[in-house]
Design a protein around this ligand. Structure first.
Ligand code: XLS
Ligand code: CA
Ligand code: CA
Length: 447
């Protein structure tokens, strides 16, 4: 077991490398469907799915909520003599966990991995000290950084926003953090850098200059991109849409809104979407809708894999479980050729009453299995081509003749209007939705 942890202490004793045991296994600490080396199409499951563990939920959050204190013991927080030693213990626990689980990647906020100092300079020093240690552990374990980000929402100075704060001094603090977090991401070979607009939005329009705030956000992102590129960052920038919480209205509401914003500020070449299932739901969309919209716009990037609770409308960040959702998600992702720099980041936390160290493993195992099933179902659907053939046929009237001329922009509006007379009574072709939904259930059960 010793080979799976790199620090001085084992934080998850009694749990070894998680193995694939197949669907009949009754071992809760084994994969039932995720078989990393199994080939699906031309790639292994591991290459397709690019799983990442979210540092903040798994190693920082301890079950604290608005109504009560933390419930999860987290031994890495218990015997440190100061916050920097605590950060190193956390790093050891994280790399032990990720390695035993067999995830390829992790993601972090600056403040997840290193404590904030009294000044920006001290914060940066703390961060880069831990980054050097993380780099050693990445080398020792082969675990890689999917993306880094800056926490621009926890410190009270960000209560009115970060890049969109009405006070310019706060904007400069946000820049200090983003600059250091970009440096950290580059140093660790991160394949992406994420901007989630934590408090970039408003609580009331009565005290907000919406136009100016959005322009400040655009300016800030342009400057951050240019800085990162000047430092040699070749990865992808992500914006992660979310419609609300903590703000009443967040500027990065959903994929369509962000797409318009990126175009407005000339950011569409460098930025892609990091789509979270729970955020899609908060925006009143299906997860599949957000993925398909990003794919259609050529802006798909990465995924924060989790689920919400459709009945309470909060960002509950639960682990993904629904094969229905993972299959539809993987269908869109496979259709556009799979992930490039992105991956499936488990931005999810175990429930407050899940207090056993093994619960964290079981949660991730379930999420990885759910996406492995989704991958296989989506692959089979694409191989079969039944949906694709149906959709192709549905739009066949645009493939030749007048329809094709319309698509190519070779027709005047008067001509289009005039054609109505020629076509007469049309438009009563069944969409066959029920048949197609029934088919999806057949695929899900593998019949
Ligand atoms: C919060 C967001 C956040 C981002 C990273 O709702 O999901 O965790 O993913 O800042
Ligand atoms: Ca997220
Ligand atoms: Ca969330």
């Amino acid at each position: 077991m010793a080979e799976y942890f790199v620090g001085n202490k084992e934080y998850f004793p009694g749990i070894g490398k998680i193995k694939y045991e197949g669907p009949k296994s009754d071992n809760p600490l084994a994969f039932k469907y995720y078989d990393p080396d199994k080939k699906v199409g031309g790639k292994t499951m591991k290459e397709h799915l690019r799983f990442a563990v979210a540092y903040w939920h798994s190693f920082c959050g301890d079950g604290t909520d608005m109504f009560g204190a933390g419930t999860q013991k987290q031994p890495w927080k218990q015997d440190a003599k100061d916050p920097m030693e605590g950060a190193e213990h956390k790093l050891d626990a994280a790399f032990e966990f990720i390695t035993k689980l067999g995830a390829e990647f992790y993601c972090f906020h600056d403040r997840d991995i290193a404590p904030e100092g009294a000044t920006p300079a001290e914060s940066e020093k703390n961060l880069m000290t831990i980054v050097a240690k993380a780099k050693e552990r990445q080398k020792a374990t082969g675990v890689k950084l999917l993306w880094g980000t800056a926490n621009l929402f926890s410190n009270p100075r960000f209560m009115n926003g970060a890049a969109t704060n009405p006070d310019f001094a706060v904007v400069s603090h946000a820049a200090a953090q983003v600059k250091a977090a970009i440096d950290a991401t580059i140093e660790l070979g991160g394949q992406g850098y994420t901007f989630w607009g934590g408090r970039e939005g408003y609580m009331s329009l009565l005290n907000t200059d919406l136009k100016r705030e959005k322009e400040h956000l655009g300016r800030f992102l342009v400057m951050a991109r240019d800085y990162a590129r000047s430092r040699g960052f070749t990865g992808v920038f992500y914006i992660e849409p979310k419609p609300m919480e903590p703000s009443k209205h967040q500027y990065d509401f959903d994929v369509e809104t962000v797409a318009g914003f990126l175009k407005q500020f000339g950011l569409e070449k460098d930025f892609r979407m990091n789509i979270e299932a729970n955020h899609a739901e908060l925006a009143g969309h299906d997860f599949h809708h957000e993925l398909e919209t990003a794919a259609a716009l050529g802006l798909f990037g990465s995924v924060d894999a989790n689920r919400g609770d459709p009945r309470n409308g909060w960002d509950t960040d639960q682990f993904p479980m629904s094969y229905y959702e993972t299959s539809l998600a993987m269908l869109t992702i496979l259709k556009i050729g799979g992930f490039t720099t992105g991956g499936l980041n488990f931005d999810a936390h175990i429930r407050r009453n899940s207090v056993d160290p093994s619960d964290l493993f079981e949660a991730h195992i379930g999420g990885m299995d759910a996406f492995a099933v989704g991958l296989e179902v989506a692959h089979r659907i694409i191989q079969d081509g039944k949906y694709a053939a149906f959709v192709k046929q549905r739009y066949a009237s645009f493939d030749a003749g007048d329809g094709a001329r319309f698509e190519k922009g070779q027709m005047k509006f008067e001509e289009l209007a005039g054609l109505a007379k020629e076509y007469g009574s049309v438009g009563f072709t069944s969409g066959k939705q029920e048949r197609l939904e029934n088919l999806l259930n057949q695929y899900l059960l593998g019949l």
